[in-house]
Design a protein around this ligand. Structure first.
Ligand SMILES: Nc1ncnc2c1ncn2[C@@H]1O[C@H](COP(=O)(O)OP(=O)(O)O)[C@@H](O)[C@H]1O
Ligand SMILES: [Mg+2]
Length: 251
């Protein structure tokens, strides 16, 4: 297993948001986390990333066999965890190009290396755009493309995407999905994939473009079911998340 979350309970601002989460993602697998607004999806994302306000009150998070529950976010990122935020903050005074140089261990005063320039082109970013402050005044699609560009520069072993399909138009979704595919080794045959990921979505729209091996439904801080992504999605499309809530009550 690459990621193992065991009996995880998390409090945010004194409120128990996650109750008893168990989730294992193997090397080469893509999982999807579905659930209505307020279920705790972003809380799980930020807890795995190690945000200090998300207090683990029970359970453990293991990555590559190591207990990372007490590590800082920077330490987790160094181990190979990457993220795309739903609404990342703007960073005044740091351009997209600067960030790419920092990620690829370049001096900010040097010219951006050819590989990064190539990636930027792939994500349809002009040279002018690379000089803009990160996320400052970006459109929804530009924010997501910038997040994915940073990830492609890093190529993490495990990547979490929080609502990659929200606020993005159809053209951008196709481009983003193809690059998410690259980050998750979708261009390789299933058995030789190494990179893993967790796609978080309440719309499920991204699954029309990116395949997943397993789906989980989070209802009120508990994973109420796990299984085949297309079957679970079909149930949700038919009965809504209310169907999941009713189903969870029978557990
Ligand atoms: N920083 C925070 N402060 C207070 N409450 C929070 C915070 N983060 C999350 N919550 C609460 O935790 C619950 C789950 O939120 P969230 O994880 O964002 O859900 P989702 O991503 O599934 O929509 C919500 O009731 C939300 O208000
Ligand atoms: Mg969320």
């Amino acid at each position: 297993m690459l990621l193992e979350v065991e009996n995880l309970a998390v409090e945010v601002a004194g409120k128990r948001v996650l109750k008893d989460i168990n989730l294992s993602i193997a090397e080469g697998e893509t999982h999807v986390l579905l659930g209505p607004n307020g279920a705790g999806k972003s809380t799980l994302f930020l807890t795995i990333l190690g945000f200090p306000n998300y207090k683990v009150v029970n359970g453990t998070i293991k990555f590559k066999g190591q207990d990372i529950t007490g590590l800082t976010t920077a330490e987790r990122v160094k181990l190979g965890i990457g993220v795309s935020f739903q609404t990342p903050p703007a960073i005044r005074g740091v351009s997209v190009g600067d960030l790419l140089k920092i990620i690829s261990n370049q001096e900010v005063s040097d010219e951006l290396n050819p590989r990064m320039q190539e990636l930027a082109k792939q994500l349809k970013f002009s040279d002018e755009f690379l000089n803009r402050d990160v996320n400052l005044g970006f459109s929804g699609g530009e924010v997501k493309r910038s997040e994915i560009l940073q990830l492609l520069a890093q190529m993490p072993d495990f990547t979490m995407f929080d609502e990659p399909d929200s606020g993005v138009d159809i053209e951008n979704v196709e481009l983003l999905a193809s690059e998410i595919g690259t980050l998750l080794d979708k261009d390789k045959p299933q058995r030789s994939r190494k990179r893993s990921g967790l796609l978080i979505t309440h719309l499920g729209y991204i699954l029309n473009f990116v395949s997943a091996d397993k789906a989980h439904v989070l209802i009120d801080g508990v994973i109420s079911c796990s299984g085949n992504p297309s079957e679970i999605l079909e149930d949700i499309r038919k009965n809504g998340f209310n169907g999941c809530v009713e189903c969870a009550q029978c557990l």
